[in-house]
Write a protein that binds this ligand. Structure first.
Ligand SMILES: O=P(O)(O)OC[C@H]1O[C@H](OP(=O)(O)OP(=O)(O)O)[C@H](O)[C@@H]1O
Ligand SMILES: Nc1ncnc2[nH]cnc12
Length: 176
C-alpha cells in the first residue's frame, strides 16, 4: 500500500508565502493524511535504521514533527535543537546565518552524550544553513553526525554544497 503513494501529490504549494517570490512547501497536508504520514515516517526510518544511530535530533519547529515519530518507530530518543532562549535548562549553542544577520541554535548540555551517533531530521533542505549549524552543534558537543534526513530538498538552493561531508537523504525534490 505504501508503494502507491506519490509524496509530491501530498505537499501543498503556496506561492508568495511568507513573502513575495517564495514558493512555500506546506507539509501540513502530509501530516493530516494517514497514508502519506505513514509512508514518510517509514521511508525515513528505513534509511536511518541502517546507520547505527543512537539518537534522533530535530531542529525547531518542523524537525520536531517528523523527528519524534521516527525516534518512536526506531525505539530511540529525540533531542530538540531550538532557537535561542527557548530551552529551559543549560545549553550549548552555535551561530547560524539568516538572510539578514545571524541567530543561535541551542541544545541542552545533557542532550547528546560524547560519541553518540545522531540522525538530524527536518522537513526541508533549502540553503542548508539550519542543517549545517545543527550538524556543527552536534559535533561541538561530541556527537557524530551519521546522516541528515529531509522530506523535501530544494535543489537549486544548493544546500548539499554546504553539507558535502554528510550522508543526506531527501524524499522529494523541487528546484526552488
Ligand atoms: O536550509 P535552510 O535555508 O536553513 O532552510 C530550511 C529550514 O527552514 C525552515 O525552518 P524555519 O527556520 O523557517 O523555522 P520553523 O520550522 O520554526 O518555521 C525549515 O523547516 C528548515 O528548518
Ligand atoms: N520554500 C520553503 N518552503 C517551506 N519551508 C521553507 N524553508 C525554507 N524555504 C522553504
Amino acid at each position: 500500500m505504501n508503494k502507491t503513494i506519490n509524496l509530491k501529490n501530498e505537499i501543498r504549494i503556496i506561492e508568495d508565502f511568507p513573502k513575495k517570490g517564495v514558493s512555500f512547501k506546506d507539509v501540513t497536508t502530509i501530516l493530516k493524511n494517514p497514508k502519506a504520514l505513514k509512508y514518510t515516517i517509514k521511508e525515513m526510518s528505513d534509511y536511518i535504521e541502517d546507520k547505527k544511530v543512537d539518537v534522533i535530533v530535530g531542529p525547531e519547529a518542523r524537525g520536531f514533527l517528523f523527528g519524534v515519530p521516527i525516534a518512536h518507530k526506531l525505539d530511540l530518543g529525540f533531542i530538540p535543537v531550538r532557537k535561542l532562549g527557548k530551552l529551559p535548562f543549560k545549553t550549548h549553542n552555535i551561530d547560524y546565518d539568516l538572510e539578514y544577520g545571524t541567530d543561535k541554535l541551542e541544545v541542552h548540555i545533557d542532550g547528546i552524550q560524547k560519541g553518540q551517533r545522531v540522525a538530524i531530521v527536518d522537513d526541508l533542505l533549502a540553503t542548508g544553513g539550519t542543517a549545517l549549524a545543527t550538524s556543527r552543534l552536534m559535533e561541538k558537543v561530541g556527537g557524530e553526525v551519521a546522516c541528515l534526513n529531509f522530506v523535501i530538498e530544494l535543489t537549486e538552493l544548493e544546500g548539499r554544497k554546504k553539507l558535502k561531508k554528510y550522508d543526506i537523504q531527501s524524499l522529494v525534490n523541487y528546484k526552488v
